[in-house]
Design a protein around this ligand. Structure first.
Ligand code: GUN
Ligand code: ZN
Length: 440
């Protein structure tokens, strides 16, 4: 017997930047059917599908609410959950003052489990069903994260940080141990259930050239794992990279010389790239995770989305918690809009929601599994309540089109809009019955 959900369906089948409104699918009164394996088996109008339903099937009725594919967060740090909203400084000082001391605690597996539980609960409360996640340098941090994600049946990508210089000893490995530990984690976890591995050198300044070479070796030995790192976020960082790697043409070249570019390589930020770097990003089909709330919070700069589009670079969006100041994709999209406004460009709400769903899935090469509503895809979806608060009910009454409604929701929305989150067709979060938060 399928699980059947009724509501207003909204999903994308291509990028609105290419196909305009043809990319947007809105079925006002729709049905989403999910089979026993948690895969979507049918999508369509209630009027068309209701006669095909088996007799006696139970329909979960979300009439008046929007059903969308779950959000995809293309860059986030689970160990930084406890230090979100840390006051004061920009990237390099923020890492030393706040980040490294917090991350040093994750040599303790149980500590990692507690934070991973809270992190996953927070993602689901905010409608995020898949994320590309940084651990810490400790392999136990990734063991902890994957154990929690596996128990919750989540589709997640994560990896152990590789860093062998310019940080306290409590968060350092070596080129050799980072290689061995990453390899063991890949062998244990990559492709197990819904989990995938990302080779994760933190960023160029905290890795020796030898360690970056070892990261490249891991990718060469395991061609279907991901590469996840930071790139060109902050001007002091960029100056430091050019001092540390005088033989490289630019920041991206540091990674390129180590063999780290490719279609499963995701670089967070990419705010200050030169033309050559953009050309190489596009030619290698590498991906940028744009993290608007982090870029504002850490004062890093204004990301030029149109320039990336013009180069044909794939872009996803990320919260970058704890550099980012919210787990909510609505906050991320609201900040993305404001960043483009400051550059005289409007980010259309369809494009924004595409980037948070199918665009994110494409950025992570997961569009064959998640990101849209189509038979065969995994049924990770969210239920959005446009009347979640008295004020939203008032404001949305004054919307005259779907596009306007979505823009208002993107701009004003937060976790209260997420009435429910489903993983493989099973309820994983409901605002009506908030799950008790496990962990610390
Ligand atoms: N660059 C290197 N490490 C980090 C980090 O933890 N957060 C952000 N935003 N940038 C980084
Ligand atoms: Zn980051």
């Amino acid at each position: 017997m399928p699980s059947v959900f009724r509501g207003s369906l909204l999903f994308f089948t291509s990028d609105p930047k290419d196909d305009g409104e043809q990319a947007v699918h809105h079925i006002e009164d729709g049905l989403l059917l999910v089979d026993d394996n948690g895969l979507i088996s049918a999508v369509g109008a209630y009027a068309d599908l209701m006669d095909t339903l088996p007799a006696g099937v139970n329909i979960t009725d979300y009439s008046g609410k929007l059903l969308m594919p779950g959000f995809v967060d293309c860059h986030v740090h689970y160990p930084q959950t406890e230090m979100i909203a840390a006051y004061g400084t920009q990237l390099l000082d923020w890492l030393q003052t706040h980040t490294f001391p917090v991350e040093s605690q994750f040599s303790d597996f149980d500590y990692g489990v507690g934070i991973a539980e809270r992190f996953c609960t927070e993602l689901l409360r905010n409608g995020t069903t898949t994320a590309l996640v940084f651990g810490t340098v400790h392999p136990q941090s990734v063991e902890a994260f994957f154990s929690v994600a596996q128990r919750r049946n989540l589709r997640m990508i994560a990896g152990k940080v590789m860093m062998d210089r310019h940080a306290p000893a409590t968060v350092l490995d070596t080129a050799e141990t980072s290689y061995q530990e990453s390899k063991a984690l890949i062998e244990k976890w990559h492709g197990v259930d819904r989990l995938l591995y990302a080779v994760t050198p933190r960023f160029a300044p905290t890795s020796t050239p030898q360690q970056l070479q070892r990261a490249g070796q891991l990718l060469a030995e395991h061609p279907d794992v991901y590469l996840h790192t930071h790139l060109s976020e902050n001007l002091d960082e960029i100056a430091w990279v050019s001092a540390l790697f005088p033989d490289c043409r630019d920041y991206l070249d540091v990674y390129e010389q180590a063999g780290l570019l490719g279609k499963r390589s995701v670089f967070a930020h990419g705010i200050h790239l030169c033309d050559r770097e953009c050309e190489r990003m596009a030619a290698s089909d590498s991906v940028i995770a744009h993290c608007p709330s982090s870029n504002l919070f850490l004062g890093s700069g204004l990301f030029n989305l149109k320039r990336m589009d013009d180069y044909g670079i794939r872009v996803g969006v990320g919260s970058d918690v704890g550099g980012g100041s919210s787990f909510s994709t609505f906050d991320t999209l609201a900040d993305a809009y404001k960043i483009q406004q400051l550059q005289g460009v409007n980010l259309d709400p369809y494009r924004a929601l595409y980037l948070a769903t199918l665009g994110g899935a494409r950025a992570l090469s997961l569009d064959g599994r998640i990101g849209s509503f189509k038979p065969g895809l995994e049924a990770d979806f969210i239920v959005i309540d446009p009347n979640a608060t008295d004020f939203l009910a008032f404001r949305t009454q004054h919307c005259n089109s779907l596009k306007e409604l979505l823009f208002v929701l993107n701009t004003l929305g937060d976790d209260r809009l997420i009435a429910a989150t489903y993983i493989l067709g099973e309820l994983a979060h409901s605002r009506a019955q908030p799950p008790l938060s496990t962990g610390e």
